[in-house]
Design a protein around this ligand. Structure first.
Ligand code: C2O
Ligand code: CU
Length: 497
């Protein structure tokens, strides 16, 4: 044989080895991506301590560790007569929208959105969830309300899904005031879209005189945009001089644009937290993160005011006699909370020495998600469940840097805590303290956010584009020493996403 022959032969052999190795690697990637039928969220991914101390005893053997506690002990008050009591019954129903269009919905109490729950700050609230006929099971999560962990309503993490014929009671005292919403956290990508949600308003004391306070939930039902459950332009008589508050809630998967014309207005609250000394805006469009809330306020002028979702029929015109409209105006620049309102003291800022600092890098790469090939979302380079668990201890000051290296917007939602935005793309927040629970991170953006770990438990931290969450954009913030007896999948059929 000539040298050329040998080289060609070994080249071919090498080629075969490379192909075999690649096949084996892909096979292994596929095999190892498959989720077991049932698993505990704490047994997956890597425990990331954010550069802080790893507690003695570790959380790795939380099932057996001496100082460990089940999150089922982290409940709301068991004793005491509730100030407000509600029953929400999940049932499928054909709902007729005001235009006459019928939708095949999943509802709470037969309506979409579900009933608006109104309570006052300090109230002990008791809600009984009854599942009439929703086969896939239901839970209720109180989006933005920092409830005790066992009341958080996440199937497979804080409770089992409530199957048809079952019920579950939530009890918690509300310490916040503002605009929130509730929704199922079982098969949420499918069930929220079809209607299992409603508004939750926590008032700060008795309503003032001469005010109008309306919740405007925007939701798309299978291609039909609605505002407060209506797919038409609605009208309302409002006397000039009335103080009006509109609570905007976006229950969809993508950002929702609102336009408010005919009056200057203020954004008085973001995600259930008051803005400090808000300043007047006009011709400013509001783009609200999926799952987010903006409360806007103004004093009713003598002329009409219109709230609209651009390019849809859904809207609301307020006027002194129930007629009239507002001439279309230039939508103007987009509202930016980073520099809005007036600064006020904050409990931590960019100069704080944080106990833990985490990286939350959002990316995309080809791979397998539970055995299915495709272009997958990644968190810190890994495909679910190969994602981090951010491990914290009670009292920690925690900083998270979120980087979005994808072409999609990701509304990042942390359960059980509010995050203070410190900076965006290196620019420090300069307006009112911006507290958020659902933060839109646009393509290419980097946010520095921080929170105090003051609510022990195991908390979901996920994208509120619920399709993305179901496609793996889900991880947890967990307190060392807390474990969950619930499992995802399994006989209880828990599928939080
Ligand atoms: Cu609005 Cu994890 O949810
Ligand atoms: Cu996303």
């Amino acid at each position: 044989m000539t040298t050329g022959h040998i080289l060609r032969r070994s080249g071919a052999a090498l080629g075969i080895v490379v192909v075999l190795a690649a096949t084996a690697w892909v096979g292994w990637a596929w095999w190892s991506s498959r989720l077991p039928d049932s698993y505990n969220v704490m047994d997956y991914g890597t425990h990331d301590y954010g550069g802080g101390v790893v507690p003695a005893g570790g959380a790795e053997h939380h099932h057996h560790g001496g100082a460990s506690a089940s999150l089922t002990t982290l409940r709301g008050p068991a004793e005491g007569t509730p100030d407000e009591r509600f029953t929400l019954t999940a049932l499928s129903a054909a709902v007729e929208l005001p235009s006459g269009q019928r939708i095949d919905a999943l509802t709470f109490n037969g309506r979409v959105p579900g009933p608006e729950l109104r309570v006052r700050r300090g109230d002990l609230v008791e809600v009984t969830l009854v599942n009439d006929d929703v086969e896939s099971g239901v839970t209720i999560h109180w989006h933005g309300v920092d409830v005790p962990n066992a009341e958080d309503g996440v199937a497979g993490v804080t409770q089992d899904a409530v199957l048809p014929g079952g019920r579950h009671t939530y009890r918690f005292r509300v310490e916040q005031a503002g605009t929130f919403w509730y929704h199922t956290h079982q098969s949420s990508a499918k069930e929220v879209r079809r209607g299992l949600f409603g508004a939750l308003v926590i008032e700060d004391g008795p309503p003032a005189k001469r005010t109008l306070d309306l919740t405007m939930v925007s939701h798309d039902f299978a291609g039909v945009p609605t505002l407060a459950g209506s797919d038409r332009l609605e009208r309302r008589v409002v006397a000039p001089g009335t103080r009006v508050r509109l609570r905007l809630v976006n229950t969809d998967n993508t950002p929702q644009r609102f336009e408010l014309d005919g009056t200057p207005f203020e954004v008085v609250a973001i995600d259930g937290t008051d803005v400090h000394a808000p300043t007047p805006l006009e011709h400013t469009s509001l783009e609200l993160a999926a799952g987010g809330r903006y409360d806007v306020a103004f004093t009713m002028p003598a002329t009409p005011v219109r709230l609209a979702i651009p390019d849809t029929q859904a809207g609301l015109v307020l006027s002194r006699d129930g007629t009239g409209d507002v001439a279309p105006a230039d939508p103007g620049p987009e509202f930016d909370p980073l520099a809005y309102g007036t600064p006020a003291p904050v409990p931590f800022d960019r100069a704080t020495r944080f106990d833990r600092r985490f990286r939350f890098d959002i990316g995309r790469k080809p791979g397998f998600l539970d055995g299915k090939p495709g272009l997958q979302w990644t968190i810190n380079g890994g495909i679910f469940p190969d994602v981090p668990v951010f491990m914290v201890e009670r009292g920690d000051l925690v900083e998270v840097t979120i980087d979005n290296d994808t072409k999609a917007v990701h509304p990042m939602h942390l359960h059980g805590h509010h995050m203070l935005v410190l900076a965006r793309d290196g620019v420090a927040a300069s307006g009112s303290p911006w507290w958020t629970d659902t933060l839109d991170v646009e393509p290419g953006e980097r946010y520095e956010v921080a929170f105090r770990a003051d609510n022990p438990g195991i908390w979901m931290d996920h994208c509120h584009n619920l399709k993305h969450a179901a496609a793996g954009m889900t991880m947890h913030v967990a307190y060392a020493g807390v474990f969950t007896p619930f499992t995802t999948g399994g006989r209880a059929h828990n599928h939080p996403e």
